[in-house]
Write a protein that binds this ligand. Sequence first.
Ligand code: ARG
Length: 469
Amino acid sequence: MREKKQEKGSPIWHGRFSQSPAAATQQFVESLSFDRRMYKHDIAGSIAHARMLEAVGLISKAELEEITSGLEDIAMEMDEGKFEFDPAYEDIHMAIETTLIKRIGEAGKKLHTARSRNDQVALDLRLYLRDAIDLSLIPAIDKLQKTFVNLAEREGQAVMPGYTHLQHAQPILAGAVILAYVEQLERDRERLLDCRKRINVMPLGSAAIAGTTLPIQRNYPALEMGFSSISRNSIDGVSDRDFAAEFVFDMAMTAMHLSRWAEDWVMWSSSEFDFIDLDQRYCTGSSIMPQKKNPDILELVRGKTGRVYGDLMNLLTILKGLPSGYNRDLQEDKIAVFNAYDVVLMSLRVSAEVVETTKFKADKMLAGTKEGFLEATGLAEYLVKKGMPFRQAHNVVGRIVAHSEKEGKKLSELGIDELGGFAENIEKDVYQVLSAEKLVEAYQSYGSAGVRSVKEQMKYWREVVEERS
Ligand code: ARG
């Protein structure tokens, strides 16, 4: 059979073309610059595909061996940085296939049997994200959680003001706030593992849109690559990017959690709060103000969250107008997915180092509890225990607070006669609740921010993090 001779550097789809793509076309459509990071997954997918082709008799054993060892050589060169990623290849799929054909000839030309780049790229992205979750993100979340748990153990006994509306609310243990961060990360972890279920569906064999007339066995590569199922519908198989959008959403949520934590700690490191001391190795200075030690990492963890939100909007916008089937717009999915992944992974990793090295200032935290009538709610609950309806107790304590404010006194500085004037059931034992340290001992509801509950929560998390490490 006659074949048009392939000019050097012309794409593998050149058959129906009489001219090479314009330079502008090449530059504009290429994705090699960003999809080359999927080379391992592309090669693993090709090897699994080739094995299936051999198993169903579409290629010979000898051809399979040539293909496999050719692909393995290419992988090795890429690992070692020896492969030349020429943008003229267009994308990672063609870079690998073209090189394979150049090297092994006829057998290489059979690799793309019953396959399209449309199902190939969907497969690669799924393999890539599965690894991203298993090998990078979950371990990074585990590490950060464990670092927070260690911090809670080290510094969590400090009594500090709890804030609502950023105003002093009630006394809490520092450990309770720290473990709140761990809870957020736990949901991020669960969300990722749930997203993994939608990722772990194998699209290969959907081919371009319609499947194939060739007798392929789609379960074969699915099993080999550890997929839990294969896509049921070839059109959906090539055009579904729900898993990618979901992944980017999960990244956005994690970035948001890290950003809120960072905001807490930016404030806590200010002179106004002065609750924590960030290790100077994780701070930067000012080019003009010699005294500065700025929490730039925390600010950038917060700031980079914007990029991840942008990635989510980017991907959802790419998807919204697409007709059924594969469309080249989908190539842009990887820009959003990789950026969200890179930002969040980096943030998780650097955050663990910040958490590991930060010192809490328990004395400053305790001093903070002396302002703002933090014991007021405890005092109202004291009155409830003495038989007063809560709404009435709220009102009485409100008046006591107004009185204290006028007198310039703290609640604990009011005399028993002064207090007794507001409600006859206020007795000497009231001073038990007019102290932040005593109140954190007194919280008794499940999950509360006091000593007993934080101890239980610590026990729970310690077991979880040890089991995972
Ligand atoms: N580089 C493309 C992408 O990332 C690969 C699939 C291209 N398919 C096609 N028929 N042009 O989506």
